[in-house]
Design a protein around this ligand. Structure first.
Ligand SMILES: [Zn+2]
Ligand SMILES: [Zn+2]
Length: 171
């Protein structure tokens, strides 16, 4: 589907028209709908709302420079406890540049913004820095339930203690 003449901020895409950008540059702020972003990345469960952008575009000697910030609220799966949790992802220093000339009418930023926000996703998402994770033996979520499993280290040491005692008994 080709979207034509969609003003910025309408949500379907972010297309900048060169003749709308004055010498001193122009600010663009708005939202992109989650459907448009169509993001599937790693531990991502869902986008909770639109992606917000606040960008400044300027033209400098054959280049269109776009810089600013991106942000979106997402739900991810915690790497430690496997529970879904919501978090804000931000790219405070998004920077895009495009080669342009007199024949360039417009530049579509949609795909690059999509990639920039995916790069800002945490590669090791955890629901909180002190998430206790799952018990490696019984699988219980240690944030919400207690189990009586011994940590693997203790089990191993108990076995070694047993060996030691056998030896002593033999000698
Ligand atoms: Zn967790
Ligand atoms: Zn357990």
């Amino acid at each position: 589907m080709k979207l034509e003449n969609v003003p910025p901020g309408s949500g379907d895409s972010l297309v900048l028209y060169m003749d709308e950008i004055p010498e001193e540059g122009r600010d663009y702020a708005g939202e992109m709908l989650p459907e448009v972003l169509d993001i599937e990345a790693g531990e991502l469960v869902a986008l909770n709302g639109p992606l917000h952008y606040s960008l400044h575009a300027s033209q400098v000697s054959g280049e269109l420079l776009v810089q600013g910030s991106l942000g979106v609220s997402i739900t991810m799966t915690c790497c430690r406890c496997s529970a879904p949790y919501s978090t804000e992802v931000e790219d405070p220093a998004c920077f895009l540049d495009y080669q342009v000339d007199e024949t360039t009418e417009s530049v579509d930023l949609t795909e690059d913004i999509r990639e920039a926000i995916i790069l800002a996703f945490p590669s090791y998402p955890v629901c909180s820095s002190d998430c206790k994770g799952l018990c490696p033996q019984c699988g219980a979520n240690k944030n919400t339930s207690e189990c009586n499993c011994k940590p693997p280290d203790e089990v191993r040491w108990a076995a070694l203690d047993g060996l030691g005692q056998k030896k002593e008994r033999r000698s």
